[in-house]
Design a protein around this ligand. Structure first.
Ligand code: DAH
Length: 337
């Protein structure tokens, strides 16, 4: 039994002296519950009373020696790992500093500028209006009197009874027509507000781009022509547009306008949800009441207007499925554009 114990010790220590050994394996093999040393100790019952304490003491020494070797081995391994880590993380202060990362435009800004470029190319100029607006411009002058049901869909934030955060860019139409007589050809991009809860497709703050053309003899054919040119420049030259009848209080007739899907060309795909068409804006012929309210004679002049959500264009163009990504300022998202 004594020889057996010494043999176990010699074998265990020799295995542990190998730099690539698996320490845990060795521990289980020799010191574990089913290990070799334990097996020897189980046989102690067969020894004579004289032998038992001698062998017992030797067994304890063998266990202690093996344990000590294991502890040392583990400590050495940890030390080596730490040294390796420190070596790999060493900073060479004589190396040139890493370059500053250049910023980039937010996708909303990018698309807004693209839209502006297209319409400026079509002869439009940019008009601006306040975000804190009178009820008069946001609603009344747009043929939406108090208690009109169209106000329901554009509930917004009120500063006082007649001052609010504009719920659309359409008030800029009225402000423009009040100070400028036809011919008028403007777009107006900017922030708008609605008291909507945040979700994947809603935000209390978003962006629109309004368009307005007023002159003698302006027809719906002109509206269609301009929107077709716009759609082709924005989404590709083979893009088609489609008008669907709709109602807006400030235009008559009114339409919702779809573009053929730029991803599949109209066959139906994931981007257009199988429709082949993507709704992008509302439009129509400026209502005579709106012209009259701005002192423009509807018997002499006519005009068209359109309004689109910039977020919707960004999300369609880049296939983004959650609007919140546009406002969270996560550079992992933003650096993709
Ligand atoms: N202001 C409308 C909205 O927020 C969009 C719109 C529709 C604007 C038709 C227009 C228009 O100028 O003619 O839903």
């Amino acid at each position: 039994m004594k020889e057996k114990l010494l043999e176990i010790k010699a074998k265990a220590l020799s295995l542990l002296s190998d730099d690539n050994c698996d320490v845990e394996d060795i521990r289980i093999k020799y010191l574990g519950k089913k290990g070799e040393l334990t097996a020897v100790l189980r046989g102690m019952g067969q020894l004579t009373p004289e032998e038992r304490p001698v062998i017992g003491q030797l067994a304890n020494e063998v266990r202690a020696d093996i344990e000590k070797a294991i502890t040392e081995k583990k400590a050495n391994a940890e030390k080596a790992m730490l040294e390796k880590k420190l070596r790999s993380e060493k900073i060479d202060v004589t190396m040139p500093a890493s370059a500053l990362k250049a910023g980039r435009l937010h996708p909303l800004t990018k698309v807004q500028r693209e839209l502006e470029d297209i319409f400026i190319g079509l002869g439009f100029s940019i008009a601006e209006g306040p975000e804190v607006e009178y009820d008069y411009y946001n609603f009344q002058a747009l043929n939406i009197p108090e208690n009109h049901p169209a106000r329901d869909t554009q509930d917004t934030f009120y500063i006082t009874n007649n001052i609010l955060l504009r719920s659309q860019t359409s008030p800029v139409q009225v402000r423009t027509m009040e100070v400028q007589k036809p011919p008028i050809r403007i777009i107006s991009p900017g922030r708008v507000y609605r008291s909507d809860a945040v979700d994947a497709t809603h935000s209390p703050l978003f962006h629109q781009l309004e368009g307005l053309v007023v002159d003698k003899g302006v027809t719906m054919g002109d509206l269609k022509g301009i929107l077709e040119l716009f759609a082709q420049r924005m989404f590709g030259e083979n893009t088609k547009i489609r008008f669907r009848p709709h109602h807006f209080p400030f235009t008559e007739p009114s339409a919702e306008v779809d573009v053929s899907c730029f991803a599949c060309g109209g066959k139906g795909c994931r981007v257009c949800k199988g429709e082949g068409w993507i709704e992008i804006l509302g439009a129509g012929m400026v209502h005579p009441n709106v012209l009259r309210g701005c002192d423009i004679d509807p018997d002499v002049y006519s005009g068209f207007a359109f309004g689109m959500g910039i977020e919707r264009i960004v999300m369609t163009k880049y296939n983004i499925d959650d609007m919140r990504l546009l406002y969270e300022n996560d550079t992992r998202f933003l650096s993709q554009f």
